[in-house]
Design a protein around this ligand. Structure first.
Ligand SMILES: C[S@@+](CC[C@H](N)C(=O)[O-])C[C@H]1O[C@@H](n2cnc3c(N)ncnc32)[C@H](O)[C@@H]1O
Length: 203
């Protein structure tokens, strides 16, 4: 587990990792600015908490090792917990976001149920998931031992259908081209590394 954290830290602190993070953070900021209480499910080493200092975010992750690193990077609140069994009361967050996490969970549908439970009516959900059609995904997933090989779900349509049980989908997007060490703007299905879904919680 510590090895995973070290690998993740190396990636996030690399030139490429920083460029990716900046773009993702800007996207999250544009969508969630103005939301009062925000939950980040699968916050990892707290990169978004670090890069979005003006947003009121609580970071949640199952890995205490990830959280140990997150607490060095940001003084926001970090909580150890399982996305599929959240310990929060119902309807307390104005917004929830989750970046490249749902696809790694055995039961992502349970996580969506839990996220929906803790989101206020008319609150927002922002999901960023790796786009399985992208060049970036296809290259990484065939690399032996790569973290991408732990991915359990790649069906974006199924995800949208499940999320739409709880949220009115307000945006579906493809975003963030990555080629070698370069990051560029694109919404081309074969080039955009991320699939993005935004929804507004049903009453
Ligand atoms: C690929 S990382 C993404 C981290 C962060 N969102 C980012 O984009 O930098 C996936 C994260 O999900 C966390 N995770 C895996 N299963 C989880 C679960 N059941 N509940 C909460 N977090 C989980 C992992 O510990 C890891 O930090």
């Amino acid at each position: 587990m510590k090895a995973d954290v070290a690998k993740f830290v190396r990636f996030c602190d690399s030139l490429l990792g920083k460029q990716i993070l900046r773009k993702e953070a800007a996207y999250i900021y544009n969508e969630l600015q103005g939301s009062e209480a925000i939950l980040d499910v699968g916050c990892g080493i707290g990169s978004f908490e670090q890069h979005l200092p003006t947003l009121n975010i609580i970071g949640l992750d199952v890995s205490e090792d990830m959280l140990e690193e997150a607490r060095k990077r940001s003084d926001k609140t970090f909580i150890q917990g399982d996305a599929t069994d959240l310990t929060f009361h119902d309807a307390i967050f104005d917004a929830v976001f989750t970046v490249t996490t749902l696809e790694f969970l055995e039961d992502y549908q349970k996580a969506i149920q839990e996220i929906a439970r803790v989101t206020k009516p008319r609150g927002k959900l922002l999901v960023m998931m790796l786009n399985p059609s992208s060049e970036y995904f296809r290259e990484n997933v065939r690399r032996p031992g790569d973290y991408f090989q732990r991915i359990k779900h790649t069906d974006t349509e199924e995800l949208r259908e499940y999320v739409s049980r709880f949220y009115v989908i307000s945006k579906e997007d493809l975003f963030l081209g990555i080629h070698g060490e370069q990051v560029f703007e694109t919404d081309d299905e074969n080039l955009a590394s991320l699939y993005v879904l935004v929804g507004i919680k049903k009453q």
